[in-house]
Design a protein around this ligand. Structure first.
Ligand SMILES: NC(=O)c1ccc[n+]([C@@H]2O[C@H](COP(=O)([O-])OP(=O)(O)OC[C@H]3O[C@@H](n4cnc5c(N)ncnc54)[C@H](O)[C@@H]3O)[C@@H](O)[C@H]2O)c1
Length: 361
C-alpha cells in the first residue's frame, strides 16, 4: 500500500467528522447546505482514496475563492442547451464540484435514453478529482469520463513557456466482484498539488516530475513550483493534454489554458470548463456479461507474472480502492500542516474546530 500521506506529524481523522468540519467551513463561506456538503464530500472522497493533492489540503484555496476571489458560493448551474445526448451547462460561476456533479447527473440521466451522453460545462471553476465524477456513473452501471481544463503548468515539448495544463482525464468502468477500473490521471508526471505536499513536508520530489523555470529537471520542490511540470510520456502526454483542454473548454466556450488564469496570477473566477460523459453499458452489452468480463481483465492484471522486485500488480483504481478501505477502518491520515490550515480557516470564519480529539496515531 503505497500512498498513505507521510506528514511530518499526522493524525487520523474519521471521514464523517472531517466531512462535517469542512461542510461547516464552506457553509460559513455562503454556500447552501447541500452545496457545502457536496464540496466537502468531494474533498474528503479524495483524501479517503489517498488522492491528497485534491483533498482538504485545498480548503484554504477554496475558502479564498468563495470569499474574496470571485467564485459565487450561491451559483446555480443550469442546462443551457440540449441536443440529443449533448448537453451544454452554464456553471453560473459556482465551484467546479457543484457544476460538475450537476453535469454528470445530467449526462447519466440522458444516457439512460440515448445510450451515451456528454455535458460540457462553462462558467466553472476548479472541480477537484475526476475520480469523484466517474464513480457517479459507475454507480449507475455506466462508464464515466471526466476531463477538465487546468491552469497551465507545462510547456510544449522542448519549450519553456507555461501554456499547457495538466488537464486530467478520468475514466471509470464498472466491474462485478472486483473493484471498478478507474483510471484518473493528470497528463503531467505529477499533480501540482502533490508537489505542494512535498514542499509542505520539506522533502525532495522524484527527479522525473518537474523542470525548473529553465527547463532543467529538478528534485527541489520549490524550484518545481516555480518551474514546469514534466508531461507523462513526453510529447504524447502533451498532445493528450492539449486535446483534453480543448474538449473541456472549447465546447462550452470556457477559457483554455492561460485564458482561465495562470499559476502566478491565480484562476479567473468563472472562466474554467469541464466535460463529463456517460456511456450506458446496457445500450451496448448485457451488463452482467460486461461486469464479469471486466472482472476477468482485472484478475488477469493482478495475477500476471511480476518483474523482480515488484510486490503486487494493480489495475487502474485498485490502489485507491484499497486505500479507501483502509482509511474507512482507520481514519484518514492528515499531516500537521493541512490540519493547521483547516483550523485557521475555521477560526477565520468563526466555525468550531472539530478535529482536536481525533488522534488515533
Ligand atoms: N481539477 C483539476 O484541475 C486537476 C488537475 C490535475 C489533476 N487533478 C486530479 O489529481 C489527481 C491525481 O492525479 P495523478 O495523475 O497524480 O494520479 P496518480 O499518478 O496517483 O494515479 C494515476 C493513475 O494511475 C494508477 N496507478 C497508480 N499507481 C499505479 C500502479 N503502481 N499500478 C497501476 N496503476 C497505478 C491510479 O490508479 C490512477 O488511476 C487526480 O484525481 C486528478 O483528477 C485535477
Amino acid at each position: 500500500m503505497a500512498r498513505y500521506p507521510e506528514g511530518r506529524a499526522e493524525r487520523r481523522i474519521a471521514p464523517g467528522v472531517l466531512a462535517r468540519q469542512v461542510t461547516e467551513i464552506f457553509a460559513a463561506c455562503g454556500m447552501s447546505g447541500p452545496d457545502a456538503s457536496l464540496l466537502a464530500d468531494s474533498l474528503v472522497h479524495a483524501d479517503l482514496h489517498g488522492i491528497h493533492s485534491h483533498g482538504v489540503l485545498r480548503v484554504p484555496d477554496y475558502v479564498a475563492k468563495l470569499t474574496h476571489e470571485g467564485v459565487n458560493p450561491r451559483g446555480v448551474p443550469r442546462v443551457v442547451r440540449r441536443t440529443g445526448g449533448a448537453i451544454l451547462v452554464d456553471g453560473d460561476n459556482s465551484m467546479g464540484q457543484v457544476g460538475g456533479a450537476f453535469a454528470m447527473r445530467q449526462a447519466i440521466e440522458s444516457a439512460r435514453a440515448s445510450g451515451i451522453a456528454a455535458a460540457a460545462v462553462g462558467g466553472s471553476n476548479h472541480c477537484g478529482t475526476m475520480d469523484y465524477y466517474v464513480r457517479m456513473a459507475i454507480a449507475e452501471d455506466m462508464i464515466g469520463i471526466a476531463t477538465t481544463n487546468a491552469l497551465p503548468t507545462m510547456a510544449p515539448w522542448g519549450g519553456v513557456d507555461k501554456i499547457i495544463g495538466l488537464n486530467p482525464i478520468g475514466i471509470g468502468i464498472p466491474a462485478g466482484d472486483e473493484e471498478p477500473v478507474v483510471l484518473d490521471t493528470a497528463l503531467g508526471a505529477t499533480a501540482h498539488g502533490k508537489i505542494r505536499v512535498y514542499h509542505q513536508k520539506g522533502e525532495p520530489i522524484p527527479g522525473d516530475w518537474a523542470f525548473d523555470r529553465h527547463g532543467r529537471p529538478t528534485t527541489d520542490a520549490a524550484a518545481a513550483l516555480d518551474g514546469l511540470i514534466q508531461p507523462i510520456g513526453g510529447f504524447k502526454g502533451l498532445g493528450l493534454a492539449v486535446c483534453m483542454g480543448i474538449l473541456a473548454s472549447l465546447l462550452s466556450g470556457a477559457g483554455y489554458g492561460t485564458e482561465s488564469g495562470t499559476m502566478e496570477t491565480g484562476a479567473i473566477a468563472g472562466a474554467d470548463g469541464q466535460l463529463y460523459a456517460a456511456i450506458n453499458v446496457a445500450a451496448f452489452e448485457d451488463v452482467r456479461t460486461f461486469r464479469e468480463r471486466v472482472d476477468t481483465v482485472v484478475r488477469q492484471i493482478r495475477t500476471s507474472r511480476r518483474a523482480e522486485g515488484t510486490d503486487a500488480l494493480h489495475a487502474p483504481g485498485a490502489i485507491e480502492a484499497a486505500t479507501a478501505a483502509h482509511h474507512r477502518r482507520n481514519g484518514i491520515p492528515l499531516n500537521d500542516v493541512t490540519l493547521a490550515h483547516v483550523r485557521e480557516a475555521a477560526g477565520t470564519l468563526g466555525v468550531a474546530f472539530l478535529l482536536d480529539g481525533q488522534a488515533t496515531s
